[in-house]
Each structure stands twice: as structure tokens, then as C-alpha cells.
Design a protein around this ligand. Structure first.
Ligand code: ZN
Ligand code: ZN
Length: 129
């Protein structure tokens, strides 16, 4: 797992919670975790999650609304392809190269820009299959 240096203490603590919850955790879940030992507002948690996302340290599933720690070596913000288990919610970040190549060749009527894409593949993990 890559080492992410955070300037802000809050970011570091939020990252700590995400590291422990490899199956993903909601923003509310992060809040609850942190509130066990410190006074923290939802706003602080959202801001930290946003910072971490911008740093490419964390990804959010738009489907489950959960946050996942990045397992990729790429530095900074990057396209993410997440495979998510429909049954248990386990997520895995897949290598993006092959997906980037496919998506670049997709013709879009509305001229969507595919440079910044996020992809979620809902499927079943080996343990649930
Ligand atoms: Zn990543
Ligand atoms: Zn599963």
C-alpha cells in the first residue's frame, strides 16, 4: 500500500479509518469512528474525504456511496476502476490501462471527455460466488 502524507491531522485520521475498513465505509461510518475519541463534525469529515479524493488516496463508489482506500501506485488524482461485490461490498481497484484504452475509443454523441473517468464494475467476489 502506498504511503500518503497528509498535511492535515484530520485527513490523516480519516485515512486511518479507511485503512482499517478495506471493504469500504460510508462518510457517516467514518464520522462515527472518529467521534469515538474526538469531537468532529460531519463537515470536517466530508472536507477530509474530499481532500483525500483529490490527492488520489481515496476513491468513492457512486453506487454504494462508500469510500475506499486507493490500492494503486499511481501518484495524485487518477482514474479509478473499482470492482465491487454485489453481495458483501468488497471492492478492489483494478489496473486502469486497459480500460483507458477502451474508453478512449468509445464514440460519444455528446462529446464526453473520457480523460477523467471512474468506472465501477458490480460483480461477485470469489468468496461470495
Ligand atoms: Zn486508486
Ligand atoms: Zn463478496
Amino acid at each position: 500500500m502506498k504511503i500518503v502524507k497528509c498535511k492535515l491531522k484530520n485527513d490523516q485520521q480519516v485515512l486511518g479509518v479507511l485503512k482499517k475498513n478495506t471493504k469500504g465505509i460510508s462518510a457517516y461510518g467514518v464520522l462515527k469512528e472518529l467521534q469515538r475519541y474526538k469531537n468532529v463534525t460531519p463537515m470536517t469529515v466530508y472536507r477530509s474525504l474530499k481532500n483525500l479524493q483529490n490527492m488520489g488516496a481515496v476513491h468513492k463508489s457512486n453506487q454504494s456511496k462508500n469510500y475506499f482506500i486507493c490500492h494503486n501506485d499511481s501518484k495524485g488524482k487518477h482514474n479509478a476502476v473499482l470492482a465491487i461485490c454485489d453481495d458483501c461490498g468488497t471492492a478492489e481497484e483494478l489496473k486502469t490501462d486497459i480500460f483507458s484504452r477502451i474508453i478512449k475509443n468509445v464514440k460519444s454523441k455528446n462529446k464526453f471527455n473520457f480523460d477523467n473517468f471512474n468506472l465501477e464494475i458490480t460483480t461477485t467476489c470469489r468468496e461470495c460466488a
